[in-house]
Design a protein around this ligand. Structure first.
Ligand code: SF4
Length: 233
C-alpha cells in the first residue's frame, strides 16, 4: 500500500475546525471516556455499546458498510494484546494481509518486524491495526468515504485498548488520527498528546521500501518511541 496522498482528505478538511474544538475540549476534560478520539468521529457513533475487543472484531467481520468488503477475501481487524501499551496504525491490508487475515505480514510488515526488533520491542506485545480493515482492490488508496465508515472501528479499538502510545505509520494513518490536513513529511518525529495518549507520526514501512533515505528518520523516530515505551505504564 502506498502511504503518500497529499490532498486525499481535502473533503474532510472542513472537519478540521471541529477537530481543533474537540482537541480543546479534550485538553480541558478530566474524563475522556465519552469524547471521541479521532477527528470527525461524533459522540455515540463508534459502537459505544461494545465493551470487548473480540466482540468488536466479530461485528467488523460481518461488516458490509463500504464497498471494500465486496472485493477483499476477509476482514483484517488487527492483532495484539487487548491492553497493549503501544498501538501501531497503518493504512489498510495489502495482498498478503488479505490472504492471511493478519496486519503487516507482507514485505512492509517484515521490515516493521525488523524495526521493532532493533528497538527492543516485541511485536507480540504491540497492538497492530489499520485505518481500513478490508483490502482496497489493486492496493489502491482507500477512498475518504471508506475511511469515514471504517474509522469507527479504529475509534472503538483505541477506546478499548487505551494504549499509552500510538504510532501512526504513514500519511493516511496520520491524517485519520491526527489531522485531516497532516503532511507526514512535516509532522513526523514529533510527539502529540491527546486524551493522555502520546501520538508519534512516522513514515510507513512501505515508504521505506520505496525510498531508503527514509530509514534514518524512521530509526530516529523509533528511538524516541522505544524510550517512551520503556517509561510508560
Ligand atoms: S473496510 Fe471497514 S467499513 Fe468497509 S466493509 Fe470493511 S470493515 Fe466495514
Amino acid at each position: 500500500m502506498t502511504s503518500e496522498q497529499p490532498g486525499l482528505f481535502e473533503e474532510l478538511a472542513e472537519q478540521l475546525d471541529q477537530a481543533r474544538t474537540e482537541a480543546y475540549l479534550i485538553a480541558e476534560a478530566e474524563d475522556y471516556s465519552y469524547l471521541p478520539f479521532l477527528p470527525g468521529v461524533e459522540v455515540g457513533q463508534a459502537y459505544p455499546e461494545i465493551k470487548d475487543l473480540g466482540e468488536l472484531a466479530g461485528v467488523a467481520r460481518e461488516c458490509r458498510r463500504c464497498r471494500l468488503r465486496e472485493s477483499c477475501s476477509q476482514v483484517v481487524f488487527g492483532e495484539g494484546p487487548p491492553d497493549a501499551r503501544l498501538m501501531l496504525i497503518g493504512e489498510g491490508p495489502g495482498q498478503d494481509e488479505d490472504i492471511q487475515g493478519r496486519p503487516f505480514v507482507g514485505k512492509a510488515g517484515q521490515l516493521l518486524d525488523k524495526i521493532l526488533e532493533a528497538a527492543g520491542i516485541q511485536r507480540s506485545q504491540v497492538y497492530i491495526g489499520n485505518v481500513v480493515k478490508c483490502r482496497p482492490p489493486g492496493n489502491r488508496l482507500p477512498n475518504p468515504d471508506e475511511v469515514k465508515e471504517c474509522r469507527k472501528y479504529l475509534e472503538r479499538q483505541i477506546k478499548l485498548i487505551r494504549p499509552s502510545i500510538i504510532v501512526c505509520l504513514g500519511s493516511m494513518a496520520s491524517q485519520t488520527v491526527i489531522d485531516p490536513n497532516a503532511k507526514i513529511t512535516r509532522i513526523r518525529g514529533r510527539w502529540l498528546i491527546r486524551q493522555g495518549i502520546k501520538i508519534m507520526p512516522t513514515y510507513h514501512p512501505a515508504a521505506l521500501l520505496r525510498n531508503p533515505s527514509y530509514k534514518r528518520p524512521v530509526w530516529e523516530d523509533f528511538k524516541q518511541i522505544r524510550d517512551e515505551y520503556r517509561n510508560c505504564r
